[in-house]
Design a binder for this molecule. Structure first.
Ligand SMILES: [Zn+2]
Length: 256
């Protein structure tokens, strides 16, 4: 089941991404995309054949991210430069969350590309498999004040897996420190561990956890909150992607 989730959430698997890349003259990227799709499919079939859950190695996470990157259309010059940087980035072994952080940044870039705040999130299970991917959806497809990245991911998870009653071993990665709304949601959800890439000194709540009401502090005490172990370059990327359009979108919020 877990192996299928990541596939269902990939926009490029219908083949349209490959076609678009070919049309745009990105033959090399299209070949990479094709290889990525095949790798994911073969891995899933192998997992099914053995009757077990597939463990997603870094290389498979990489292919999943590349599929997302090369499926982005109608991009701007700045988005294109980030697509190039992220597609060429090599995971650094000493940073254990570099792959999850990288995928979160790709999701954040997707969010920016469709007019939302540049924040991406993923949820992993106890085996380290990516169970759900999502990003901020406050403005697109239509205005929803609650559709922050963390909320999008937890909504999808709780709808897809109502039978799961314990969040032991689950980890949520977000490219930006969670706001008060999302922190309350994540506390209630019971997610075991929450890691963020970029600290948010002006909008984040995690560093102000001691200011929560006592019951919330008590509930949060069963969880681990902290900064993801990603390379400085990846953490810097998550911040710069968030900054691409945050000013314009904040103006739109203030005008409502
Ligand atoms: Zn939030």
């Amino acid at each position: 089941m877990k192996a299928y989730t990541i596939i269902l959430l990939m926009p490029g698997l219908n083949g349209s991404g490959i076609l678009k890349q070919l049309v745009r003259g990105r033959k090399r990227e299209a070949m990479k995309l094709t290889a990525g799709i095949l790798l994911v499919i073969l891995s899933t079939l192998a997992a099914k054949a053995t009757g077990g859950d597939s463990v997603l190695p870094r290389e498979l996470i990489r292919e999943a991210g590349l599929i997302r990157l090369f499926s982005m259309v109608e991009t701007s010059e700045s988005i294109n430069s980030w697509i190039e940087w992220l597609s060429e980035y090599q995971f650094e072994d000493q940073y254990v969350h570099d792959d999850y952080g990288w995928l979160s940044c790709i999701l954040a870039l997707e969010a920016v590309n469709c007019g939302n705040f540049g924040i991406g999130c993923i949820l992993t299970n106890g085996e380290g498999n990516v169970v759900i991917q999502g990003h901020n959806e406050v403005f697109n497809p239509h205005f929803r004040s609650d559709r922050h990245g963390e909320m999008v991911v937890m909504d999808a998870f709780e709808d897809c897996y109502p039978e799961i009653s314990s969040m032991d071993g689950f980890t949520l990665f977000t490219s930006l420190e969670s706001c008060p709304m999302c922190m309350a949601r994540l506390i209630t959800s019971g997610v075991d561990t929450i890691f963020y890439l970029t600290p948010d000194s002006t909008g984040g709540m995690v560093h102000l956890i001691h200011n929560l009401p006592p019951v919330w502090i008590q509930l949060a005490s069963r969880q681990t909150w902290g900064v993801a172990e990603c390379s400085p370059e990846m953490i810097d990327a998550s911040e710069r992607i968030f900054l691409l359009n945050v000013s314009d979108l904040n103006d739109m919020l203030e005008d409502r």
